[in-house]
Design a protein around this ligand. Structure first.
Ligand code: GDP
Ligand code: MG
Length: 194
């Protein structure tokens, strides 16, 4: 069983998509084990995105690749410089209003949640994903306006990232440990009807 962190970002809250987003994870068979509403200040947002020292470089590289794949010129060829710019924009975006952090648990929860959310850029995220269905935001539009891509949700990118992020956003006592009958149907090799 894995645990993963999801955050409904301020645009998801403002657009009345909290219930819609939660229901997509509920229907997937994952189990909700923690949830709260709060505002995160810029310091908290910076901490969140710099838990992984490689994140700045990775985010820059991902963005540069996306420009090149579309035959466009990236704003810079320096991934760390681009990462720093993205971080500055994220600090403003994610701290602008209330957010809903939550923890979802289940078999391969990290990959499952990423699939349900879709890729970072809503414009290229497939229909049927949260990011693909509810906004047409793109790298080019966000970068031209010098703001972070408004993509409604955060989802941990790996099991290690999830563990660090969960530690940052939740106290141990806020995380529920409980059984649901559907766990047997989804995961038990000896499941019997009668
Ligand atoms: P995620 O794991 O899919 O959320 O993506 P990352 O961890 O790579 O980036 C974190 C967040 O930064 C994304 O969800 C976007 O909100 C924003 N972001 C990432 N890359 C860019 C970029 O190149 N330009 C802009 N404007 N925002 C970006
Ligand atoms: Mg990420």
């Amino acid at each position: 069983m894995e645990k993963t962190l999801v955050i409904v970002k301020p645009d998801g809250v403002q657009r009345n998509l909290i219930g819609e987003i939660i229901s997509r994870f509920e229907r997937s068979g994952l189990k909700l084990v923690a949830l709260k509403m709060m505002t995160a200040d810029e310091k908290m947002v910076e901490k969140h995105y710099t838990l992984d020292p490689k994140w700045l470089e990775n985010v820059g590289n991902k963005s540069i690749d996306s420009y090149k794949k579309k035959g466009l010129t990236p704003p810079t060829e320096d991934p760390v410089a681009l990462g720093k710019e993205v971080l500055a924009r994220l600090k403003k975006y994610v701290s602008v209003g209330p957010v809903i952090p939550m923890i979802w648990e289940g078999s391969q929860a990290v990959a499952m949640v990423r699939k349900i959310c879709g890729g970072t850029e809503p414009l290229s995220a497939p229909a049927g994903t949260i990011r693909g269905d509810y906004t047409s935001e793109s790298y080019q539009f966000a970068d031209a306006d010098e703001r972070a891509i408004r993509n409604l949700v955060h989802a941990s990118g790996s099991v290690e990232e999830a563990a660090n992020e969960i530690d940052l956003w939740f106290d141990k006592k806020e995380i529920m440990d409980y059984r649901v009958i559907r766990d047997i149907i989804i995961n038990d090799k000896d499941w019997k009807i009668a």
